[in-house]
Design a protein around this ligand. Structure first.
Ligand code: ADP
Ligand code: ASP
Ligand code: MG
Length: 404
């Protein structure tokens, strides 16, 4: 008997009718002769409203308590899904992350899975149960409830698929698969039949939140091929897998945008060894996650160092760098808000030239100014005004012939 792991996201379990739809689909899969493990998210909007609730009782809720709170979202869904399946005359049982054997480190709200021994899960499967596992959560060795970061149910599904050596891992969501760009941003975006782990990872980590980026990293590491598809129809989805030779013939696979970025510039820092190290050691010590870094050419023995980060990280910057700026005798600390990142991604970039030029040309024709540029082997990203992101995504998407 083959074993299938299916994950249903928040919208797919968003109301009782949709939970019953999931129950029917799961039963259909079992009726075809497969063992089924189902990972579910919290019903859509629930995680956000729990976060809001927490803020209403405390300005700085402890991360440990946040995890206890947020884990309840997925717990509601596992119970309801199991009930729905049982009511349809089949055998289902719900399991929390801990019961499914997901052990994590102790980094609350963004824990990493350190071990996964699905003993109970295997036992229930052997007894013919459909197992419904709570996504997004785990437990530390000393039994503290943890969560795996936003979108973390994707990671639960991929990790369980790896641990039970599933024959198939399906991520059911509210779109037909992975598109050349978020179809809500670029209406002419096309569904991809397949995409490589590396491209999916770059897209996910540059703003295409259709998959949690850490889940893709995990899938690549453990070779878990998976399919992203819709829970609302039976259309085939997108297969995410190891790169094949033919994938390189496509120059740009997709376009991603990321809102809520900010740029920090340390103005006129003395241009000598150790200065950049001082700045970024202080940033790292404050646990601030940064993205692009640019150091400009030196004039009169000083230079500007700029970097980008998520706007939410800004409140920590002043505290982290205020003193350092004085110590290194830099001129000022400047912050620019209201910017975003536009990226193009494709393994074909390795073997094609003129890719960046084409992107910049398309943006220039649309009158969009580029604030910063960064490139990697399979990605070119620019920082532009946040209000121009959607327009930029559309013109770049069109320029590379990705539209329908
Ligand atoms: P789920 O709740 O099922 O996990 P998400 O909201 O996390 O669903 O992810 C699905 C959403 O991701 C889609 O509705 C779509 O708007 C968005 N999205 C962003 N980029 C892409 C992309 N490249 N392809 C498909 N969907 C995308
Ligand atoms: N419920 C969590 C979130 O909204 C996890 C998930 O949906 O994957 O981020
Ligand atoms: Mg998601």
């Amino acid at each position: 008997m083959s074993l299938i792991v299916q994950k249903y996201g928040g919208t797919s379990v968003g109301n009782p009718e949709r939970i019953k739809n999931v129950a029917r689909r799961v039963i259909e899969t079992q009726d075809q002769g497969h063992g089924v493990v189902v990972v579910v998210s919290a019903m859509s909007g629930v995680t956000d409203s729990l976060i809001k609730l927490a803020r209403e009782v405390s300005p700085t809720p402890e991360e440990r308590e946040m995890d206890v709170l947020l884990a309840t979202g997925e717990q509601t869904t596992i119970a309801l899904t199991a009930m729905a399946i049982n009511a349809m005359g089949k055998k289902a049982i719900s399991l929390t992350g801990a019961q499914a054997g997901i052990v994590t480190d102790g980094v609350h709200t963004r824990a990493k899975i350190s071990d996964l021994t699905p003993k109970q899960l295997k036992q229930y499967l052997a007894e013919g149960y459909i197992c419904i596992v709570a996504g997004f959560q785990g437990q530390t060795k000393d039994q503290r409830i943890t969560t795996l970061g936003r979108g973390g149910s994707d990671l639960t599904a991929i990790a369980i698929a790896a641990a039970v050596k599933a024959d198939l891992c399906q991520i059911f969501t509210d779109v037909d698969g992975v598109y050349t760009c978020d179809p809500r941003v670029v209406p002419t975006a096309k569904k991809l039949d397949e995409i490589s782990f590396d491209e999916m990872l770059e897209m996910a980590s540059s703003g295409s939140k259709v998959m949690q980026s850490r889940s893709v990293e995990f899938a690549k590491k453990f070779g878990v091929v998976f399919e992203v598809r819709s829970s609302f129809n039976h259309n085939p989805g997108t297969i995410v897998k190891e790169e094949t030779k033919s994938m390189e013939t496509v120059v740009v696979r997709g376009v991603s945008i990321e809102k809520n970025q900010a740029k920090v510039t340390v103005r006129a820092v003395p241009d000598h060894p150790g200065v950049a190290a001082r700045v970024f050691t202080a940033v790292a010590a404050a646990n601030i996650i940064i993205d692009m870094i640019v150091q400009n050419v030196s004039h009169d023995g000083t230079t500007d160092i700029s970097f980008t980060l998520n706007r939410d990280e800004l409140p920590k910057i002043e505290a982290a760098l205020g003193l350092v700026v004085k110590e290194i005798a830099a001129k000022a600390l400047e912050i620019q808000d209201g910017i975003g990142k536009l990226s193009i991604i494709g393994v074909g970039m390795r073997s094609h030239s003129g890719v960046a030029a084409k992107m910049f040309e398309a943006l220039s024709q649309a009158g969009i100014n580029i604030v910063m540029i960064s490139t990697s082997e399979i990605k070119t990203a620019v920082i532009i005004e946040e209000s121009k992101l959607a327009q930029g995504a559309n013109v770049v998407h069109e320029a590379f012939g990705l539209s329908k």
